[in-house]
Design a binder for this molecule. Sequence first.
Ligand code: FES
Ligand code: FES
Length: 163
Amino acid sequence: MEARGPENVKVGLSVNGESHLVELEPRVSLLDTLREKLALTGSKKGCDQGTCGACTVWVDGRRVLSCLTLAITCEGQEVTTIEGLADGEEMHPMQRAFLEHDAFQCGYCTPGQIMSAVALLDEGHAGTDPEIAEWMSGNICRCAAYPNIRSAIREVRDRKTGQ
Ligand code: FES
Ligand code: FES
């Protein structure tokens, strides 16, 4: 494969179903690209070193920490951010459940929590409260809204399974 960089390179990204061509240094993270090049500031920068989960997005449906992901490696894949979750004006059921269960206080961690929570259900890791806690453990909430976050996840899980 042809080496690219270290000077700026053009990177084609598909984010929330829209194609973008951005020019950046190959070392730039997906998180910085989303926030600074594409003005998608829903994904938050908490630690910028892979420990808090505030920057969680999906790449081809799999949750990743966008602060640890190089934007250039996402070419040819579909990136989904919190801005791409709602269906037009209609909130995603997980977004609604977070509101209804008061699953946040300051809200800084919330986009990452929601992106992880939806993926968690798809992964089949939301069977019990300890399982939810374990598989959401990469998403830190400094406001300690964990019980309410788990209630929101349980509600969406149970609605999905018709309980
Ligand atoms: Fe990415 Fe904290 S900002 S894990
Ligand atoms: Fe404040 Fe989670 S709601 S950090």
